[in-house]
Design a protein around this ligand. Structure first.
Ligand SMILES: Cc1cc2nc3c(=O)[nH]c(=O)nc-3n(C[C@H](O)[C@H](O)[C@H](O)COP(=O)(O)O)c2cc1C
Length: 174
């Protein structure tokens, strides 16, 4: 059995998917042979498994960073906090070198290059476990080796735009 062809166009599909609110991440790694930092904005991040700890995200096959992430041993997923909107925009456009211009960088415990941005809502240093071909995207599954979290407001993306409405409920610290 094969799937029935879609009865909608990709524009409508995109719009329907946009009803699913997500967080926003910036994922960083390092190009091989000292090629410098690589990073981009990703909202397709999600949890996969608690034990072992695993996460996933999907990367367009058109992305210039695809080759770097296919060969990277590790990467860091930075979950952006609401005040980090400018980082989300910066890492979705322009040349790689420009995205990192003027930003402080550091290394995660496993040695992966990451943003020195302690205000991130969370970060996950991942071993680049598997990659799966999926239509016009590649699914990356990462095994989390180190992570950190804060309790501030996360940045939210919804219906093709950043959701800047403040939450009415205070966040618990559990
Ligand atoms: C909020 C937001 C979420 C995004 N999520 C994804 C995503 O999940 N996967 C993806 O491939 N591109 C995503 N993008 C687009 C990439 O960030 C953008 O195409 C980037 O320029 C790709 O960089 P590269 O070509 O240098 O790899 C997103 C952009 C924005 C603004």
């Amino acid at each position: 059995m094969t799937a029935t062809p879609p009865d909608f166009d990709s524009r409508f599909f995109r719009s329907a998917l946009g009803r699913f609110a997500t967080g926003v991440t910036v994922i960083t790694t390092e190009a091989s042979q000292g090629g410098g930092p690589v990073g981009l904005t990703i909202s397709s991040f999600n949890s996969v498994s608690l034990e072992p700890p695993m996460v996933l995200w999907t990367l367009s096959k058109k992305a210039s960073s695809l080759a770097h992430f296919l060969q990277a041993r590790r990467y860091v997923v930075h979950v952006l906090a609401a005040p980090q909107l400018s980082l989300a925009k910066r890492f979705a456009q322009g040349a790689q070198a420009d995205r990192f211009k003027g930003l402080a960088l550091t290394r995660a415990p496993g040695g992966t290059l990451m943003l020195d941005a302690p205000e991130c809502a969370a970060w996950f240093e991942c071993y680049n476990l598997t990659q799966h071909d999926a239509g016009d995207h590649t699914i990356f599954i990462g095994q989390v080796e180190h992570c950190h979290r804060n309790f501030g407001q996360p940045l939210v993306y919804h219906a093709g735009d950043f959701d800047l409405t403040p939450s009415t409920e205070p966040l618990s610290s559990n």
